[in-house]
Structures are given as structure tokens and as C-alpha cells.
Design a protein around this ligand. Structure first.
Ligand SMILES: C[S@@+](CC[C@H](N)C(=O)[O-])C[C@H]1O[C@@H](n2cnc3c(N)ncnc32)[C@H](O)[C@@H]1O
Length: 211
């Protein structure tokens, strides 16, 4: 559950939109209400939070966002966290393309996690979309800058992964084209943390869309 709107002071000038299925949004809202009743310090840190009930596989989710107050011309951070790999390839590409098209309109940042192909095999019936090379895919859709990290990289480390034999560190040290670990023949399950961006030129205030 995304609680950024309740914990990040840097969002005080930012409108946040949270997109999910209606039933999930209802549960989220009631959990937050219950937490607010039992915790004195729970207050919203974002300028605003709007929950938008939509299915991002459908064609109308962007329209639903706009009806809810999202202004496409405003600079936007799109957070697709724990979502892309649940979609089919065509739905995931459709969502990414819609966001990439915004780069021509305003300053646009995408934060997303991508599974590589072996990771989607972990649970065959749940995971679908993967990309072994999001840093190639995203520019082909319209993003101009892509930064890709793996868990354990300096910007995805959080002081926690000191042991070089740690699973994530072992994976990071293998070329990304390798799909099977040479030591033991196990599949290289990778999760890429990706930041992509694009912009026509000028900079104006941000919105945040979290799915
Ligand atoms: C693993 S969770 C990620 C949670 C989310 N990033 C957050 O921080 O709250 C995946 C979320 O995506 C939502 N989801 C899955 N498919 C969706 C779809 N087609 N349209 C909108 N939301 C979807 C699920 O209901 C679930 O809340």
C-alpha cells in the first residue's frame, strides 16, 4: 500500500493520484481511516490525494484520471511499482506508451520495476510482462533518459547488502545477458529498478501518479 502521501514532506506542493481497482481503493481508504483514529500523528503530507478507480488495461483510465483533476500539462512522476509484470505484454506496452507520449507535452518521470524473463517463470500463471533490457525498451517508446539499477547497486543498497556472496550481489556481478547462474545452473531472477524521463523543455510543478 502506497503511503507516500502520508509520510513524504517533499510532496507538500504536489497533487497525488492513486490508481487502482475500486475495491482495493476502498480497503486502502478504510485502513488509513482506522490508522488515523488510532494514531495521533497520521496526517497527509501531500498537497492533495485523489484516489481514482480505474483498470489500466482499459482505454479509459487516462480519461478517468483527467476527470478526477489530473492535468496532463503539469510535470508528472508516474510510479508503476509492483504492477507491470501482472499485465500482459500488450497491456504493459500500451500503458508505458501512454506515459511516454506525455514526454512530448511536459516534464515526465517514470519510476517502475521490471522483471527479467526468468523472474516471470517463478509463478507461471501470475506474471506475464518482462523486459530483460528496459534501458533499450523505454527509449524506443519515447523516453530520453533511462537509469537502471539492480538491488545491491549503490543507489539501491540502503546500507543493507554488505556480503559479496549475498544473492543480489552475486547476480549484479554477472552480465545481464546471462540467464542461468554459472555456479549452480539456477535461473538469474532479476528485478530492475528503473527511472526514465523525458521532457519537451520547460519545467513546471509536479503531480504524482501511483498505481
Ligand atoms: C503489488 S501491488 C502494488 C501496490 C502499489 N504500488 C502501492 O504501493 O500501493 C499491485 C497493485 O496493482 C493493482 N492492480 C493490478 N492490476 C491492475 C489494473 N489492471 N489496473 C489498476 N490497478 C491494478 C492491484 O490491485 C494492487 O493494488
Amino acid at each position: 500500500m502506497d503511503t507516500r502521501s502520508y509520510r513524504l514532506g517533499c510532496l507538500k506542493e504536489t497533487d497525488v493520484f492513486e490508481v487502482d481497482f475500486p475495491s482495493v481503493l476502498q480497503v486502502k481508504a478504510s485502513l488509513i481511516q482506522a490508522a488515523a483514529r488510532s494514531t495521533e500523528n497520521l496526517g497527509m503530507t501531500a498537497k492533495s490525494l485523489t484516489r481514482v478507480a480505474a483498470d489500466i488495461r482499459e482505454n479509459d483510465w487516462l480519461e478517468k484520471l483527467q476527470i478526477s483533476g489530473f492535468v496532463p500539462e503539469k510535470s508528472t512522476v508516474w510510479i508503476l511499482e509492483g504492477i507491470l509484470y501482472y499485465l500482459t505484454h500488450s497491456h504493459a506496452l500500451q500503458v508505458l506508451k501512454i506515459i511516454a507520449d506525455k514526454c512530448a507535452l511536459t516534464q515526465t518521470i517514470l519510476l517502475a520495476d521490471f522483471m527479467n524473463k526468468p523472474s516471470t517463470m517463478l509463478c507461471n500463471s501470475i506474471f506475464h510482462f518482462y523486459s530483460d533490457w528496459p534501458d533499450h525498451l523505454l527509449p524506443s517508446l519515447g523516453f530520453s533518459h533511462v537509469n537502471l539499477s539492480q538491488i545491491g547497486d549503490p543507489d539501491a543498497h540502503f546500507g543493507l547488502l554488505h556480503d559479496p556472496q549475498n544473492l543480489f550481489n552475486k547476480l549484479r556481478n554477472l552480465p545481464r545477458s546471462v540467464h542461468t547462474h554459472p555456479d549452480d545452473g539456477t535461473p538469474c531472477h532479476r528485478l530492475y529498478l528503473v527511472q526514465a524521463s523525458g521532457s519537451p523543455n520547460q519545467q513546471i510543478p509536479f503531480s504524482v501518479i501511483s498505481v
